[in-house]
Design a binder for this molecule. Structure first.
Ligand code: GLP
Length: 237
């Protein structure tokens, strides 16, 4: 079941998302949080940092698993998703970094890394809540539109439109890695709850296609319509 909510603006969306994650952490202090990168969740992470500093939520018993990583990048590269997570959340809350997991973008064998990552997520008991952004082409994690849904964590070739969209974070488009490792659709769908956030007028059409259109691997996020517990928050602002 999907609950679609509309926020007044980006700040409101971020507050709603942070409240939902904080409630999860309150109800189950040792929750496993599935986390996402991109510009959309930055406000949510800021609110979680504020709540942690105010003593409202405790990250000490929390474990986190991230959706994806660019192939070839690691923590030392400020465009890696590991760097992003440290910079936007982990460095500012009382989490033990040893309990934070991001797929290894420097793995020698991505098929092996994918299988090990799925085994790791399973061994933690799975995500209690999985935060997701939404790509302009309907991707979640880095699951790009394709002829069929891919279940396990795997290596993907990024769509030219995704490379274009993410080029704003890099010195030039040529610096954007062309491949990534991402949790698969199956790994994401096994999360107990899913929280998707999307903001901006340019995401309106894909947000509506995702939740009100047909379920198709050409819009990977549309599979969420089959998940039992999804909250999807959209704001134009
Ligand atoms: C990136 C990430 C996704 C993210 C999406 C949207 O490529 N892999 O996890 O949701 O693109 O990014 P943004 O929030 O910056 O629009």
């Amino acid at each position: 079941m999907v609950r679609v909510l509309y926020a007044n603006n980006y700040d409101h969306m971020s507050a709603m998302a942070a409240n939902i994650i904080a409630a999860q952490m309150t109800l189950k202090p040792d929750s496993v949080l599935g986390l996402a990168t991109g510009s959309t969740p930055i406000g949510t992470y800021k609110k979680l940092i504020e709540k942690n500093k105010a003593g409202e939520i405790d990250f000490a018993p929390i474990k986190t698993v991230n959706l994806d990583e660019y192939c070839g990048l690691d923590e030392s590269n400020d465009q890696s998703y590991r760097y992003f997570m440290n910079d936007n959340l982990f460095n500012h809350v009382n989490i033990d970094k040893a309990n934070t997991y991001v797929p290894n973008g420097k793995a020698e064998d991505f098929a092996k890394e994918g299988a090990e990552y799925d085994a790791l997520v399973a061994s933690l008991g799975g995500q209690d809540i999985q935060l997701l952004g939404l790509g302009l082409d309907g991707h979640i994690g880095f699951n790009e539109p394709c002829p069929e849904f891919i279940g396990p964590t795997h290596e993907v070739e990024l769509d030219p439109s995704t490379i274009e969209a993410n080029a704003r974070f890099f010195a030039s488009k040529d610096d954007v890695p062309t491949t990534a490792i991402t949790m698969g659709i199956g790994t994401i769908m096994k999360a107990k709850k899913i929280l998707l956030i999307a903001s901006g007028k340019n995401k309106k059409e894909i947000f509506e296609k995702t939740f009100f259109g047909p379920v198709t691997p050409e819009v990977p996020a549309s599979i969420l319509q089959f998940h039992p517990d999804v909250v999807a928050i959209y704001t134009e602002g």
